[in-house]
Design a protein around this ligand. Structure first.
Ligand code: DQA
Length: 144
């Protein structure tokens, strides 16, 4: 069975409480439950994680080089700041699907640039929690 890492960055543990008008009322636990159910239908194994620590995300992306077949990444605000995450993604020769709950291109200017996009296979942004489901469909296609 192919394995997909679903990695979530800073403040995504606060989903449901944090700016619900932007990010929705659902929690990260709700997203994990829906993602696991959909992955099961697709015949994919899922490793779902969240951290507020940049270096931990870097370590997990490095781990994906040998333990994952594809990576779904919502790097939160590190999307817009982290060259360390970009370098880790460049060293990971697996498909990478960048996900954002909000449409980062219709928000503040500082959110319009993504370092993650420079290494991502593709990006899904603006579909709320459903973006994770769309990303799993893309991952299934990419890993065959
Ligand atoms: C986000 C968008 C980022 O700009 C923001 O810093 C987040 C969440 C999203 O999912 O829409 O934390 O990645």
């Amino acid at each position: 069975m192919k394995t997909v890492f679903i990695l979530n960055g800073p403040n995504l543990n606060l989903l449901g409480l944090r700016e619900p008008e932007i990010y929705g009322a659902g929690t990260l636990g709700d997203i994990e439950t829906a993602a696991r159910a959909h992955a099961k239908d697709l015949g994919l194994a899922v490793d779902f994680r969240q951290t507020n620590v940049e270096g931990e995300l870097v370590g997990w992306i490095q781990e994906a080089r040998t333990k994952a077949d594809a990576v779904i990444l919502n790097a939160g605000a590190y999307t817009h700041t982290s060259i360390a995450i970009l370098d880790a993604l460049r060293a990971c020769d697996k498909p990478v699907i960048e996900v954002h709950l909000s449409n980062i291109f219709r928000r503040e200017d500082y959110r319009k640039h993504s370092f993650v996009s420079e290494a991502a296979t593709g990006i899904i942004s603006g579909f709320g929690a459903h973006g994770y489901i769309l990303a799993l469909d893309a991952a299934a296609k990419l890993v065959g």
